[in-house]
Ligand binder design. Structure first.
Ligand code: SF4
Ligand code: SF4
Length: 148
């Protein structure tokens, strides 16, 4: 089975950066920029779904979100485990850490590689600047727990 042709980041770089600069969960938009199901997917359905870009409701993005780790009570707002649920319960409080993008099985590896290679230094430095900010005690707690 041939590997699917993934999104060429050079062709979508401007759009991708716009998405990653928005203060809102980026995973759904990155999923839609991606190439969708592989022709060799293992779902047991007869219909050819190669290229479909739907959310699988796997919840990987929700599990990877550090904001929800710090504020688990937000998860109680819905039992859904979709990108829509992530947008609803995180919204404008998004740390813009891009962890959800890296966790999503429906986001192309090309886009994940771009995030790791071109965006992570900026992300880490932005988060580092917030450590020690008295207005953000939750972030301090999160970093302390991660270190210990
Ligand atoms: S905080 Fe990070 S993982 Fe959570 S929604 Fe925002 S970018 Fe995604
Ligand atoms: S990680 Fe799963 S739940 Fe989140 S957007 Fe991707 S497919 Fe949907």
């Amino acid at each position: 089975m041939p590997l699917r042709e993934q999104t060429d980041v050079k062709e979508v770089e401007a759009t991708l950066n716009e998405i990653l600069n928005i203060n809102s969960p980026p995973v759904a938009r990155c999923r839609l920029l991606s190439s969708g199901f592989s022709p060799g997917h293992a779902l047991n359905i007869a219909e050819d779904i190669a290229g479909h870009k739907e959310c699988l409701a796997c919840g990987c993005c929700i599990d990877a979100c550090p904001f929800l780790f710090r504020e688990p009570s937000r998860r109680e707002k819905t039992e859904q485990r979709t990108s829509m649920a992530l947008e609803t319960i995180v919204g404008g409080d998004c740390d813009q850490c891009d962890a959800c993008v890296l966790a999503c099985p429906q986001v192309d590896t090309t886009i994940k590689n771009y995030v790791v290679n071109r965006r992570m230094i900026e992300v880490m430095s932005r988060l580092e600047q917030r450590i020690g900010d008295e207005d953000e005690p939750d972030l301090d707690l999160f970093v302390e727990e991660a270190i210990t």
